[in-house]
Design a protein around this ligand. Structure first.
Ligand SMILES: [Zn+2]
Length: 308
C-alpha cells in the first residue's frame, strides 16, 4: 500500500481515539461525509478553520491539534499543486538516483524505455528534470520517514535487530511492501550513466545491471541504492518541481532525494534496533551497511533521541 494521505491518517487516529464515526465527525464539522473524505484523501482543499471545526467534533488535546496541524502542513504541497493551472502544473514522474547527473541523452533514452509501458494516461514529463528544475515533495521529518521504514519491516515481519536483504525483498517480498510494484534490470548502455530510477506512477524501479549484480553479490553501496529507490516508490506519488533558483526557499524536508536517502538509511538500520551501546562498528556488522550509513544513522537517531 502507498502511505496514506496525511490528513486521513491523522483524522483516522483521532476518530479511533474518540470513537467517533466519520459520519458524525463530518456532521459536527459542518460538512458532508464525502466532503470530509475528499479533504482527508487530498482531493479537496481543507478549509482554513479545519482544526477549529475538528475540535467541535472531538475533544482534541494539545497534542492532537499539533499532529493535525502537522498533517495539514504535509498535505499543503499537494493542494498548492492542485490550485495551479494545468499547463503550469509540472510533475517529476521519474526520480533518478542522481537527478542532476541525467544528461539530455539519458533523458531521451528513458523516454524510449518508458514507451514500453502504457503511459498515455499518465502525466509524464521528463523534460522537467534537470539542473533548471528542482523537485519538491510533501515535507516529511526524519521521524516520520523512520516510521514509514519501520512499517515496511512490520509488513515483512522482520525484527528491528535483523539485517534486511534488499535484493531478497525486491525479488520475493516487493508485493508485501507495495502491492503491484515491479522492477526491471537494464543494460548499462541503456541507462546512460544513471544507476537506478524509480517511477512512482508506474510503481516501477529500473536498475542498471551492474548495480543489481553488485547488490546481489552483497555490495553495500548497491543495496543502498535499491533501498533509496524503494523510498521513492513508497513516498513520492505526488511530486512537483520548482525553478532551481527558488530551491533555497525550501528546507531539505521537502527534498525527495533527502527523503529517499533517509528512508534507505532507516530501512537498513531502524532506529528501534539501535541501543545506547551501539557504535559505528557494531552497526556496520549487524546490518551489513557501509561506514557512512552507520555513522549518519547513529548521528541522526541520537540527535533526535530515538535510541533508548
Ligand atoms: Zn533518488
Amino acid at each position: 500500500m502507498k502511505p496514506q494521505a496525511p490528513i486521513h491518517s491523522a483524522m483516522q487516529l483521532l476518530r479511533q481515539k474518540y470513537r467517533k464515526r466519520l459520519f458524525d465527525v463530518a456532521k459536527d464539522m459542518g460538512m458532508s461525509a464525502a466532503n470530509l473524505s475528499n479533504i482527508e484523501s487530498g482531493r479537496q482543499k481543507p478549509p482554513s478553520d479545519f482544526i477549529e471545526r475538528a475540535a467541535l467534533a472531538m475533544p482534541l488535546k494539545v497534542g492532537d491539534k499539533r499532529s493535525l496541524k502537522e498533517a495539514l502542513a504535509r498535505a499543503q504541497v499537494r493542494f498548492s499543486l492542485a490550485d495551479m493551472a494545468p499547463d503550469k502544473r509540472e510533475r517529476v514522474a521519474v526520480l533518478f538516483s542522481k537527478i542532476q547527473s541525467a544528461s539530455e541523452k539519458g533523458l531521451s533514452r528513458f523516454e524510449e524505455m518508458l514507451a514500453d509501458y502504457d503511459i498515455n494516461s499518465l502525466d509524464l514529463s521528463l523534460s522537467n528534470i534537470g539542473s533548471h528544475r528542482h523537485p519538491l515533495a510533501a515535507p516529511m521529518s526524519f521521524r516520520e520517514i523512520n516510521k514509514e521504514a519501520e512499517k515496511v519491516r512490520e509488513r515483512l515481519s522482520c525484527p528491528a535487530t535483523d539485517r534486511i536483504n534488499i535484493v531478497d525483498l525486491l525479488e520475493f517480498d516487493l508485493d508485501k511492501v507495495l502491492p503491484g510494484a515491479t522492477f526491471s534490470i537494464r543494460e548499462k548502455e541503456e541507462m546512460e550513466g544513471v544507476s537506478a530510477a524509480a517511477v512512482p506512477c508506474l510503481q516501477h524501479i529500473f536498475l542498471r545491471e551492474d548495480i543489481y549484480n553488485r547488490a546481489a553479490a552483497g555490495a553495500r553501496g548497491s543495496a543502498f541504492i535499491i533501498a533509496h529507490e524503494l523510498g521513492h516508490l513508497l513516498l513520492h506519488d505526488a511530486i512537483s518541481t520548482i525553478p532551481a533558483e527558488n530551491a533555497d526557499n525550501y528546507q531539505r524536508y521537502y527534498d525527495p532525494e533527502w527523503q529517499a536517502t533517509k528512508f534507505a538509511q532507516c530501512l537498513l538500520v531502524p532506529a528501534s534496533g539501535l541501543s545506547l551501546h551501539d557504535d559505528q562498528v557494531s552497526v556496520m556488522r549487524r546490518y551489513r551497511v557501509s561506514e557512512d550509513v552507520a555513522r549518519f544513522q547513529l548521528k541522526d537517531c541520537r540527535s533526535r533521541q530515538l535510541i533508548s
